[in-house]
Design a protein around this ligand. Structure first.
Ligand SMILES: Nc1ncnc2c1ncn2[C@@H]1O[C@H](COP(=O)(O)OP(=O)(O)O)[C@@H](O)[C@H]1O
Ligand SMILES: [Mg+2]
Length: 460
């Protein structure tokens, strides 16, 4: 019984409890039914027992009070023994039940709040909620990743400094006594400077009413950098393709003029010019063929071809096709295919295009009287590696990362002279991607290059 009862309460409780028996004894004494010393002795006896009972009762009550106050704490308290205050025991049970229900509800509210934050954090786009005073209420992980730490209760301008956006949000938040009329949504184009510059569209939306946490407007940032880059690439591509076509067209037009005018009756010149015109037309045909091929592959780049392909047949076909061109440059093509090589998973025609391009490049850029080697072998359990190596000029390392871009060439003039379109490796890259394969390029300037294609194989 550690705790002390307040003395005054103890005394007054005793007085109240003793009052009826005291009054009864006084009446009996007054009526002469009891002798004075008898009445006094009886009163002392009653007082002693009352004092003990009152003490215990008050003690139980104070334990009950402590128990109830502890119910609102973090942990559920142990129910005390309240034997001397029977009614309090029922009260305590009821209070405990109430507290348990409340605790459950609080847990589910905490849960809801946590899952709301988890959902906000899970959004891929940066999101910031601000209150009526434009202070940050909450932000998600993407926002912190893009903008750095965003401290709650600080003005939004501590995270996003773009005056245009801040002004737009101010106009959203400026509400006339709740009678808000005006747009509830604004979008602002931003450029975020940082390690790398990012193009972003900020969508700011005003909530119909302030949320429980005080949020009144949501700002969502949508990164459009990739989109812009794709737009630029498309524009560049169209410009490049047009430029590639313009040269042969200009050439053909020039020869037509000459044949109509000065060379009208010159049979020798006519023959020669027609030959050049045919060559230019052929170059345009190749370019258009490559462009069509590229766009066809791009259209279904995400669908993976799934037929079993005999790699030996593909490579032998490519060799036969390029044999003539190779021997005219005194270059030999040598195939070495592991016996028992499993089939690749893919598309026969597309893989033919891949190796045709790689072997064609190897033959074109090889030094005369060297050998182009094509080696196919199994790597790991279910992948094939086909390496095309040449003894040629090689490619300086600085060019390697961009080699598979459309129209990217190490030496423009030389590529054109050799009849190249600059699209071959772009086609190779796309086809290999579509096959869930890989293209690795190794090159030593002055020595030669190795282009290795890795493809999934049919499990054997
Ligand atoms: N085997 C190789 N050896 C040296 N350079 C190569 C080789 N293959 C490709 N290249 C370089 O990569 C560029 C792009 O190749 P590609 O896309 O096939 O275009 P091209 O039409 O010029 O063959 C070529 O212009 C050339 O500069
Ligand atoms: Mg090529």
């Amino acid at each position: 019984m550690g705790e002390e009862l307040p003395f005054r309460r103890y005394v007054s409780a005793n007085v109240v409890a003793l009052a009826p028996s005291g009054v009864a004894l006084a009446i009996l004494y007054w009526m002469g039914a009891l002798a004075g010393h008898h009445a006094l002795a009886a009163f002392v006896g009653i007082a002693v027992v009352t004092a003990i009972l009152v003490h215990r009762y008050l003690h139980s009550l104070s334990r009950f009070a402590r128990f109830v106050s502890e119910l609102s704490g973090e942990q559920e308290p142990v129910m005390p023994r309240l034997s001397f205050a029977p009614a309090t025991e029922e009260l305590a049970t009821a209070a405990a039940t109430l507290a348990a229900g409340w605790r459950r509800q609080r847990a589910s509210i905490d849960n809801l709040a946590a899952s709301a934050q988890a959902i906000v954090d899970g959004l891929p786009d940066p999101l910031i909620a601000v209150d009526r005073q434009r202070r940050i209420v909450r932000s998600n992980r993407a926002a912190v990743a893009l903008l750095g730490p965003l401290l709650p209760d600080r003005d939004l301008s501590t995270g996003l400094r773009q005056p245009e956006l801040l002004a737009a949000i101010d106009s959203l938040l400026a509400t006339a006594d709740g009678n808000y009329v005006g747009p509830t949504h604004v979008a602002v184009d931003l450029v975020l400077s940082g390690v790398s510059e990012r193009d972003v569209i900020a969508h700011a939306r005003r909530l119909p009413r302030a949320a429980a946490d005080g949020s009144l407007a949501l700002v969502v940032l949508h990164d459009t950098t990739a989109l812009r880059r794709a737009e630029r690439m498309r524009a560049d591509f169209v410009a490049n393709a047009s430029h590639e076509l313009k040269t042969p067209i200009a050439g053909i037009m020039g020869f037509i003029e000459t044949l109509r005018g000065p060379a009208r009756d010159d049979a020798v010149a006519r023959e020669r010019f027609l030959g050049i015109m045919a060559e230019q037309a052929d170059r345009m045909r190749r370019l258009v063929d490559d462009l069509l091929m590229l766009s066809r592959i791009e259209q279904h780049e995400h669908a993976r071809p799934e037929a079993p392909v005999d790699v030996r047949r593909v490579l032998e076909g490519v060799r036969d096709l390029l044999q003539l061109k190779a021997s005219s440059r005194k270059v030999a093509i040598e195939l070495s295919i592991d016996p028992g090589l499993p089939q690749a998973i893919g598309d026969h025609d597309e893989l033919t295009v891949v190796f045709q391009n790689l072997v064609d490049n190897a033959v074109k850029y090889a030094k005369p009287a060297t050998t182009v080697k094509v080696a196919a072998r199994l790597v790991g359990a279910e992948r094939l590696a086909i390496a095309v190596s040449d003894e040629g000029d090689g490619i300086p390392a600085a060019h390697l990362p961009r080699l598979t871009e459309r129209f990217y060439r190490v030496d423009n003039a030389r590529s054109r002279l050799l009849g190249g379109t600059g699209l071959g490796l772009a086609i190779v890259k796309h086809v290999v991607n579509r096959h869930r394969g890989r293209l690795d390029i190794q090159s030593t300037p002055g020595k030669g290059s190795v282009f290795t294609v890795t493809l999934p194989a049919v499990a054997s």
